[in-house]
Every structure is written in structure tokens, then in C-alpha cells.
Design a protein around this ligand. Structure first.
Ligand code: ADP
Length: 246
């Protein structure tokens, strides 16, 4: 079976500086894979290459066995890749049920007509409700998004990505900036994502990664530095040294 995601020799240079260098990473179908690394390691650059925000300087990207190195961002979404985005001002004025319903309608190609129909489409709203309940947003789905606790807003970003029905979900630091008392909410919801969705978590926080991942890759100065199970990575003195040296 093809890996859900594979990069071969992926590289990105800014001028003479290599932000990513020869990154060959394979994410198995159904995996809970984490990519960690200290600040400046090249994690954001890597996610921008995967999603097509930036073109690579070298290497190839394969999604479920298909070369998507030069596919558009939208083309990658159509092929089953979704990532989380920060909720923008427009969405902040909507409620979670409106936001996710709109994303589902968009996926079905009826987004533009969604609001003009009286009562909208009940199947779309049912799907949105189920998704929001799964992400522990059921009790808040009719509140304006800008009034939700920050942790809930981060969960809505994940629900929005899940509305695309992805095969591969890229989570970019889902708990970043979330206050301590809301973090367990985010961690629980991330842990409860459907098993058939492959997840690549890009994260700086090692504790979060250790509670979530079944495989961890460590990026340092743009290159893969170590890869292994949670036990292997958490006991690797070289990895600890890299983090302590930040
Ligand atoms: P991380 O997300 O792991 O903190 P980044 O991918 O943001 O790391 O950055 C990796 C390195 O690449 C940093 O040294 C950063 O300054 C550099 N970098 C990132 N984007 C650019 C850019 N557009 N132009 C020049 N340097 C960049």
C-alpha cells in the first residue's frame, strides 16, 4: 500500500540558506505521525511545501502514490489533503454551525447557493452537527465564533479542515497559544479524530507529541535528524540536547 504521504529529497532554499534540505519522510496510511523540531528548524517551511504555498527547490511530494509536487493548493485538497487555518475575521462573525455547514456545502459544490436557500440543506446541517459534536463543540455551535474560548476556536479550525473529508490531515501546532486549562480539551479532541484519517502533526511541544503520536520525525536545521517511536525519541539524548540548546 502506498504511504499516505511521501517526500523524497525535499528541499527549499531562500537565497543561499537551506530552510529544508533533502527531507525524505514517509507517513503510513492511518498513522499518527508527528514532525517536531526546535524553533527555526524548518517545520513551517515544510508544511508550506506540502500544501503548495511554496514551490520546492528540490525533491518531490507524493500523496497516496500520486506526484503532487507541482499541484495547486486546491488540487491537493481535492486529492485528500487538508490543513488547519487560523479562523479569519469573516468566520469570526459566523457561528460554528454556519462555518462548518458552509465548508461542507463548498465541498459538495453548492457553497455559493447555500445561504440563498430557505432553511438550507438539512443533510449538510446534520453532517456539520455531527462533526462539531465530535470536536466537543456541540454545546457552542450557535454562538458567534469570536465569543468562543480560544481552545474551542482552535478545535473549530480542525472541524473546518475535517469538513473537506480529508485522507491526510495536517495539524499545525493545534495547541499553540491555548491556555493551560483548555489544553486537555484540544488534546482529547485531536486524539479522537477518526482512525481512517492519517494525521501529520507539526508541533514544537514535545509533551503533546508524546501523548499523541505513534511515530515521530525530528527536524533540525532543515534536515531530518532522528525518526522513531515515542519511546525511541523520548529517550534519545541527542534529541533532548537539541531542545535544551534552543
Ligand atoms: P520553524 O517553523 O521550525 O520554526 P521555519 O520554517 O519558520 O521554522 O524557518 C526555518 C528557517 O528558514 C528560519 O531560519 C527562517 O528564518 C528561515 N525562513 C523561513 N521563511 C523564510 C523566507 N521566506 N525567507 C528567508 N528565510 C526564511
Amino acid at each position: 500500500m502506498n504511504p499516505a504521504l511521501r517526500t523524497i529529497g525535499l528541499g527549499k532554499s531562500f537565497g543561499g540558506f537551506k530552510a529544508n534540505a533533502d527531507v525524505s519522510l514517509s507517513v503510513k496510511q492511518g498513522a499518527r505521525h508527528a514532525l517536531i523540531g526546535p524553533n527555526g528548524a524548518g517545520k513551517t517551511t515544510f508544511i508550506n511545501l506540502l500544501t503548495g504555498v511554496l514551490p520546492p527547490s528540490a525533491g518531490t511530494i507524493w500523496l497516496n502514490g500520486e506526484d503532487v509536487t507541482y499541484a495547486s493548493q486546491q488540487g491537493r485538497v481535492r486529492r485528500g489533503m487538508a490543513r488547519t487555518y487560523q479562523i479569519n475575521q469573516l468566520f469570526a462573525e459566523l457561528t460554528p454551525i454556519e462555518t462548518v455547514s458552509l465548508a461542507i456545502a463548498e465541498r459538495q459544490g453548492t457553497g455559493a447557493r447555500f445561504w440563498s436557500r430557505v432553511g438550507a440543506d438539512s443533510a449538510v446541517i446534520d453532517e456539520a452537527e455531527a462533526l462539531l459534536t465530535r470536536m466537543q463543540l456541540g454545546a457552542m455551535m450557535t454562538r458567534r465564533t469570536s465569543t468562543l474560548p480560544y481552545g474551542k476556536q482552535r478545535l473549530l479550525e480542525i472541524a473546518l479542515a475535517m469538513a473537506c473529508k480529508p485522507k491526510l490531515l495536517l495539524l499545525d501546532e493545534p495547541a499553540a497559544g491555548v491556555p493551560e486549562d483548555e489544553r486537555h480539551d484540544v488534546l482529547d479532541s485531536v486524539a479522537a479524530l477518526p482512525e481512517d484519517v492519517t494525521v501529520l502533526l507539526i508541533e514544537h511541544d514535545m509533551e503533546l507529541v508524546f501523548s499523541f503520536a505513534d511515530r515521530i520525525s525530528v527536524l533540525v536545521q532543515g534536515a531530518l535528524f532522528a525518526e522513531g517511536t515515542v519511546d525511541e525519541i523520548s529517550s534519545d539524548p541527542r534529541v533532548k540536547a537539541v531542545y535544551l540548546g534552543e
